[in-house]
Design a protein around this ligand. Structure first.
Ligand code: NAG
Ligand code: NAG
Ligand code: NAG
Ligand code: NAG
Ligand code: NAG
Ligand code: NAG
Ligand code: NAG
Ligand code: NAG
Ligand code: NAG
Length: 676
């Protein structure tokens, strides 16, 4: 996303501005056009890569990893927030807390919490944490851990602490564990890890995690890296929040672009994404000031990110730092070498053999012996924006020359082709109004095939008001995607599939939005501490991701007055008839026909389809996303208060002797799947 938007760069608006008026009529049967769709079955043709519909995980924006996808429940676990603070921590009973920096746990975590009881406590007392925006407690097993240090002269009757969860009053205990600290050596950091079993779910998320000292305790006690995880996705230690990870996986994303986004660049050069600070033991990860929100612990670091990509079945598109940060400073050309070395180490770390490469061996030492499968690497982020464009020429060239020689099997993606010579691939970003995506349906047909392949690394309707096409960041900025947004994005996505000879894939951005700490709307998946909302845009992509063909079938639509037999390129047909957009594809492994149809007309369109030369009789399913007859599609949004305003409906489709019919409602996306 564009962190430094001072001026909006609209470079891509086509010269022809077509005025389309979209009315919303009320009628039950409102069929305007009757369209014949002819589909040629074949086993050869243009291939669609499995990466076609992906996601981005731009770390830090909207508190999407810390406080979001990263399952850690303890906020400010190592006192890094707000430039070193006790934010989120408080005491109960007696005693006081402050930060101390003498004898730190590690140089990466230089400050620890010191809990002081000056006189013997006369009530149970201790420290507690309120979580990122509360703590979601379900009946399950939680894994807690911390580093602990006793100062000389401490006294804890019985030598045991209670650690657990309570409600906001501290009166109701949802789970508790007793921890024997009697053997903890004085003055030495000691690590504890233990389970807390919660037996019944808490009705609210206003809960505390607490560490409680028994009555009569006295002295000074230090803690650092106080951590607690619920069960994670695929049970990964230090892993992902289950419901959010599942929501990603349900999309069947072809790729995942990570770690940014602007967070790759960081607020300044020293605050960039430095891969080796994000791997290994958590106590050795310093984290850095967040680019968008709060502190970035980097607990969900490079290995966690790429493992997450594997776990959700997505090809990682790894972005590497290219010598430019968001304060507008670029590394001078003659000082780039150490930054290139850093990226070489990163790519070796991910892809080299553990047997004959130092970085590969380090990866094995950290628990992963097999190399990761890295096929795409993007050099930089949005280097068309701000001062970045002035230096991208030498930064790209210098990085690319070294990296492309060393990693011949990786496709390197440039963030802009404006100032550089024919990169292998380029990343296009668009935040726009629906009309823009509809009018630009043919954008990628007009891109020269001799030029770079294309990743649409970020795109989204951010404003439903088409009159804001020259100023989409202006009035009318969406809070949530609408049906209208999702439909327009789907038109664009059909354009991606039709041009899959040069398109690697496309992804909506940003994906995650923590409702309690938002810097950017609209987003694909909106969540709070306990719930996940799937936006209309999410639902539309899910229909595309779950139903992805690997081959384009020639198809052409005709009605009484217009015959769209003209084939502009390849053999995939025209893809458009009036306000109907379509593509016919095939999934060859199970011989399934997949037809995607998007209607942006104020009337319904009846499709009579014929599979040429087919006598197939089978029953398939049509997946439909629409606002409903007569409803303005921009008013239908899945929101926190109305999470299920829109949903995918299913309808059966019967093919007889190779023919079938379906009504594609006004402002809808329909995906038909049929066994051929
Ligand atoms: C953090 O605090 C230190 C001193 O306490 C100060 O020098 C530094 O500028 C602060 N950093 C930020 C980002 O506020
Ligand atoms: C930190 O700890 C040292 C050693 O115990 C002590 O001398 C110092 O006063 C402490 N500082 C603060 C700010 O509490
Ligand atoms: C709780 O989880 C931990 C770590 O996953 C596991 O070792 C332990 O056996 C579990 N305990 C129970 C009671 O399920
Ligand atoms: C108070 O703490 C001291 C250690 O500082 C201990 O020796 C003593 O027994 C404690 N008294 C009570 C009443 O717990
Ligand atoms: C990471 O690598 C850089 C050099 O690229 C080095 O300065 C830094 O100390 C390393 N950090 C860790 C935690 O190893
Ligand atoms: C590139 O891929 C080919 C084919 O899979 C493989 O033989 C070769 O070792 C790879 N080269 C590198 C540098 O990874
Ligand atoms: C055929 O489609 C075109 C383009 O949408 C439209 O203008 C025309 O009215 C349609 N004809 C009929 C008979 O539906
Ligand atoms: C989280 O979102 C859900 C669904 O909208 C809502 O029911 C719940 O009250 C929200 N929780 C909080 C703490 O706001
Ligand atoms: C099936 O369709 C073909 C044309 O595709 C036609 O020639 C044939 O007569 C049809 N058979 C039946 C039983 O309708």
């Amino acid at each position: 996303m564009m962190k430094q938007i001072a001026v909006l760069f609209i470079v891509f608006i086509l010269s022809v501005f077509i005025t389309v008026s979209f009315g919303f009529r009320t009628a039950n049967k409102n069929i305007g056009n009757v369209v014949s769709l002819n589909i040629e079955n074949a086993n050869t043709g243009q291939k669609i890569p499995a990466t076609m519909h992906g996601v981005i995980l731009e770390t830090n924006v909207n508190r999407d990893d810390d406080g979001g996808l990263y399952a850690e429940l303890i906020y400010n676990r190592a006192f890094q927030e707000n430039n070193r603070s006790l934010d989120g921590w408080s005491t109960f009973g007696q005693g006081s807390i402050n930060l101390n920096i003498s004898q730190p746990l590690t140089s990466a975590l230089p400050a620890q919490l010191r809990y002081s009881l000056i006189t013997n406590s006369t009530s149970v007392s201790g420290i507690r944490n309120s979580g990122y925006y509360g703590i979601n407690l379900q009946a399950q097993n939680y894994t807690a851990s911390f580093f602990y240090r006793s100062l000389p002269g401490v006294y804890v009757p019985g030598g045991k602490l209670n650690v657990g969860f309570s409600d906001s009053t501290g009166q109701i205990i949802y789970g508790i564990s007793t921890l024997d600290i009697s053997k903890a050596p004085i003055n030495i950091w000691f690590y504890y890890s233990f389970d807390i079993i919660v037996f019944s779910a808490a009705p609210s998320t206003k809960n505390f995690f607490f560490i409680e000292f028994p009555l009569g305790s006295k002295g000074e006690f230090e803690f650092n890296l106080i951590s607690c995880f619920p069960p994670t996705y695929k049970n990964r230690p230090n892993g992902a929040r289950f419901d959010l990870a599942q929501t990603f996986a349900d999309l069947k994303p072809g790729f995942i672009r990570l770690p940014g986004g602007n967070d790759l660049e960081g607020p300044s050069i020293p605050e960039r994404f430095i891969w080796n600070n994000t791997v290994g033991h958590l106590e050795n990860r310093p984290g850095r000031r967040g680019t968008w929100a709060g502190y970035n612990t980097e607990g969900f670091g490079l290995i966690e990110l790429i493992t997450f990509a594997e776990d959700i079945g997505a090809v990682p598109i790894l972005a590497v730092y290219a010598g430019y940060s968001l304060d507008g400073k670029a590394v001078p050309q003659d000082q780039l070498q150490p930054y290139i070395d850093e990226v070489v180490k990163e790519l070796d770390f991910l892809t080299a053999s553990a047997n004959d490469n130092r970085m590969g061996a380090l990866r094995k030492q950290l628990g992963r012996s097999e190399p990761f499968d890295i096929r795409y690497v993007e050099i930089g982020n949005e280097d068309w924006l701000g001062a970045a464009i002035n230096t991208y020429d030498y930064r790209w060239t210098t990085f690319y020359n070294v990296l492309s020689k060393r990693y011949p099997n990786i496709t390197f993606i440039a963030t802009t082709a404006k100032t550089i010579n024919s990169p292998p691939a380029v990343d296009d970003h668009f935040y726009q109004v629906p009309l823009f995506f509809i009018e630009n349906f043919r954008r990628y047909e007009n891109v020269p095939r001799s030029g770079p392949r294309v990743l649409i690394g970020e795109f989204a309707v951010i404003n439903d008001d088409d009159s804001q096409i020259t100023n989409p960041f202006g009035p009318g900025r969406l809070v949530y995607p609408s049906i209208k947004s999702a439909i327009a994005e789907s038109v664009y996505r059909i354009g991606f599939e039709r041009n899959s000879d040069i398109i690697i894939g496309g992804c909506y951005a940003p994906i995650l939005q923590n409702i309690d700490n938002t810097q950017w709307t609209p987003s694909f998946i909106v969540f709070n501490t306990s719930s996940v909302i799937k936006s209309t845009s999410y639902l539309a992509q899910k229909m595309f991701g779950e139903n992805l063909g690997n081959l384009i079938l020639y198809s052409a639509a005709t009605n009484n007055t217009i015959t769209h037999q003209s084939v502009e390129k390849g053999q995939e047909g025209d893809g458009k008839l009036g306000n109907l957009y379509f593509i016919a594809t095939k999934r060859t492994n199970d011989n399934t026909l997949i037809v995607k149809l998007v209607n942006v007309d104020p009337t319904d369109i009846l499709i009579n389809a014929q599979i040429q030369g087919s006598t197939t009789s089978s029953t398939g399913v049509a997946y439909i996303l629409t606002a409903g007859s007569g409803v303005d599609p921009s008013t239908v949004q899945n929101t926190m208060l109305n999470p299920n305003a829109a949903s995918i409906t299913e309808q059966s489709v019967s093919a007889r002797n190779g023919t079938w019919s379906i009504t594609v409602p006004s402002w809808s996306v329909v995906v038909v799947t049929l066994t051929l």
